[in-house]
Design a binder for this molecule. Structure first.
Ligand code: GUN
Length: 721
């Protein structure tokens, strides 16, 4: 039988000249992204693992990596080639691709790592770039200064400054070749930030994060996270980020979730030489193994005993092949997870499999979100958490796969809670709160009648339901993700604690005089319990229900949705919707909301409990705007700015006719945005006079609006002529 990869994979085609150097982002999930880098030797899809190839020692032939593993790019070392006469001559004569016999994207490092290992290198800054240009590498690396974690602050600072000084001469010598601009800074978080901002000013194609090998070798993953979080938020979003020397698959999910795009692995070969196997949850020694921890195509049909009995070279080769199999498979898993919107979940799951990963992940979900703004460092992590939140969409397809209380810490759950807490506002004064708990949704089906019976008699009780991710006002009873939890019914069994309820309520600005917790599973008549609890309201048990009460609940639902999704002031909505009417579906759900003149302004969405505005509704919302026209792209924080209406996106006049025709707004045509614009939320597109041109959904963050120059920025629902 032949292997499926036998026979050759065709050589790559060069990307179009005008595209070379471009990084296109195709898909995102929080800060994780799927992208592709355009090069002369084809596309490099990210996240990608670049296997390290030492031109002197080839454990796996680069050509085999291309043919058998579909590897689109690898990394080799220009300093090693430059230093060895024979390699140097051959590379200059035939090019680096021929030298290592590889047709795909060749990235080259510069000798910095050698200077870290051996103390110094002999090559000059421009010389090593010119050499990389001469031998035809696709992505070169400048000679940065390796900043070790044990260096003094002064030494690190010198390293950062010297690296920054070398940026311009390196790019000049590169004459248009794509160049890596590494970020240094050791464990000095402000210097990491400084390095990121100063290197961003130059025209680098990619930013590797350097100086992290020693901390990864010691499995200091918490520090690795801190390096990442003090660096990536300060890099332009349209450039890929490479974690230099990071190649262990156990690190992929968490670092990809935080925005890493490229990895390089010498680990597959180094660990093989040391008789060790990589797995997505750590490293396993071959010695003493009876069974494989996981089987890969390379190991299939062998036993650990047979592999131990092999000669050194064969054993090293098969283990390296396994290590590459595992790494590529984990990377693929991550890519699919980004597509599915589950990369954070994968990081969460993997963190349970290794103590050092666990430590880092626990910091990420417990410490980071609770940082205030007390000290400079505190402020840094506070901003880093907001940077993660900014990239998350609150309402998304599917539900929350609730595995443990940790599932509550997923950033998009935090964003959904934040949106609810900031934007929902109680209508009228209700001194009492009733919290329904004990059962999963859909609550409308289970206790809708009870709620109507209460409403028919009193407006004095605010009704909320208890969900595993927080309290939910009845007016938003079908809101995603609160209403879409996938998990055991056990999750609803626990009675919420009163103190917790009070905290939740205060987050929604509710300070009730009385709180009643009512278990929906109670066998007795629930209405009886409510009558007993609130004697002063003089409630009764008769079944009166008139259309007016149902209508009132529906109006409350509309006000809540307009506040949440269109950021409309509930006080305005109350006045405007007094005489509104509804068109109902066969199941008596509100299908369309009409103003008193019959104008259809919006339709509630069944899918996620959201709201779809019509063009007429957009104009109606537009008429309430009081804020001035925005200028620029201000704001990095998630600020409250509640109820100022839909955020505006001011576009270039060139794009106006297209948007009026209902076409999307592309990056590069945006002149200014309101500071409360958020990814995945509703927004208005206006011209430079504030005239409404269209309305739709924002597809990126404010910083993304500024940084990106390709792709859809606003998905237009309707153009407005
Ligand atoms: N390889 C691993 N770490 C580094 C680094 O900091 N700089 C460079 N150029 N290469 C590396």
């Amino acid at each position: 039988m032949t292997n499926h990869w036998e026979g050759h994979r065709p050589e790559p085609e060069s990307c179009r000249e005008q595209d070379i150097g471009r990084f296109e982002i195709l898909h995102t999930d929080g800060r994780a992204r799927l992208g592709r880098i355009h090069t002369e030797h084809g596309l490099l899809h990210t996240p990608a693992l670049l296997p390290v190839v030492n031109p002197n020692i080839r454990t796996i032939e680069p050509r085999e990596m291309w043919d058998r593993w579909n590897i689109e790019g690898l990394i080799t070392n220009s300093y090693i080639i430059w230093k060895h006469d024979e390699l140097n001559q051959k590379a200059k004569q035939d090019g680096v691709h021929q030298l290592i016999n590889y047709p795909g994207v060749v990235v080259c490092d510069s000798g910095t790592f050698q200077s870290y290992i051996y103390g110094d290198v002999e090559v000059e800054v421009e010389e090593i770039i010119r050499f990389q240009k001469d031998i035809g590498v696709d992505i070169a690396t400048m000679l940065d200064v390796f900043t070790r974690p044990d260096m003094s602050r002064e030494e690190v600072k010198n390293g950062v400054e010297l690296t920054a000084e070398r940026a311009q001469p390196s790019l000049q010598a590169a004459e248009g070749m794509m160049v890596n601009g590494p970020i240094q800074g050791g464990l000095e978080w402000d210097l990491r930030e400084l390095s990121a901002t100063s290197m961003s000013e130059h025209g680098f194609a990619i930013h590797p994060i350097g100086g992290i090998v020693p901390i990864m070798e010691k499995q200091r993953y918490l520090e690795l996270l801190k390096v990442i979080l003090s660096t990536i938020p300060h890099l332009p979003q349209n450039r890929p980020v490479h974690l230099f020397g990071c190649g262990h698959p156990m690190l992929f999910p968490m670092t990809i979730a935080l925005g890493a795009d490229l990895f390089d692995s010498a680990a597959y070969a180094l660990f093989a030489r040391d008789n060790r196997l990589l797995t997505p949850w750590g490293t396993v020694k071959l010695e003493g193994l009876e069974h494989w921890p996981l089987t890969t195509p390379s190991l299939f049909g062998t036993t650990p005993e047979q592999v131990r009995a092999m000669d050194v070279d064969s054993r090293c080769k098969i283990l390296a092949e396994h290590n590459l199999d595992v790494s590529i498979a984990e990377l693929d898993r991550c890519r699919q997870a980004v597509r599915d919107g589950t990369i954070w979940e994968l990081a969460e799951a993997r963190s349970h499999q290794h103590p050092a990963l666990r430590e880092a992940f626990l910091w990420l979900i417990n410490t980071l979100p609770n940082r205030g703004e007390k000290s400079t460092d505190d402020n840094r992590w506070h901003n880093a958490w907001n940077w993660i939140l900014e990239a998350n969409v609150a309402q998304r397809g599917g539900g929350v796969r609730f595995i443990s209380q940790e599932s509550n810490c997923r950033p998009w759950v935090a964003v959904a809670r934040k949106l609810l807490h900031e934007r929902w506002k109680q209508t009228g004064e209700k001194k009492n709160v009733l919290i329904l708990h004990g059962r999963s949704g859909p609550w409308r089906e289970k206790v809708g009648t009870l709620v109507r019976r209460i409403r028919a008699q009193t407006r004095e009780i605010e009704i909320l339901v208890h969900t595993p991710i927080g309290l939910l006002p009845w007016a938003l009873e079908d809101l995603n993700p609160f209403a879409h939890i996938q998990g055991s019914s056990m999750l609803y069994r626990e009675v919420p604690e009163l103190e917790w309820c009070k905290t939740e309520l205060s987050r929604m600005n509710l300070k009730p005089e009385k709180i009643m917790l009512l278990d929906m599973k109670n066998k007795s008549d629930l209405m009886d319990s409510i009558i007993l609890e609130f004697p002063e309201l003089e409630l009764h048990n008769d079944h009166i229900q008139d259309e007016e009460e149902i209508r009132m609940i529906e109006i409350e639902q509309c006000i809540a949705r307009l506040a949440l999704f269109a950021n409309l002031d509930p006080d305005i909505a109350v006045q405007e919707l007094v005489d509104c009417s509804f068109i109902h579906s066969r199941t008596r759900r509100v299908k369309n909301i009409l103003l008193n003149d019959g104008m259809h302004i919006a339709s509630p969405r069944m899918r996620d409990g959201g709201l779809s505005m019509t063009a007429a509704g957009a104009k109606w919302l537009h008429s309430f705007r009081k804020e001035p026209l925005p200028e620029g792209f201000e704001n990095r924080k998630l600020e409250v700015n509640t109820h100022k209406g839909p955020p505006w996106v001011v576009i270039d006049s060139d794009a106006i006719p297209f948007v009026k025709d209902g076409r999307n707004v592309f990056h590069g045509f945006i002149k200014a945005v309101d500071s409360w614009l958020r990814l995945g939320t509703y927004c208005h597109v206006v011209d430079e006079n504030g005239e409404l041109i269209g309305h739709g959904t924002c597809m990126t963050t404010i910083v993304g609006m500024k940084d990106h120059n390709k792709g859809v920025a606003i998905k237009i629902r309707d153009g407005i002529k």
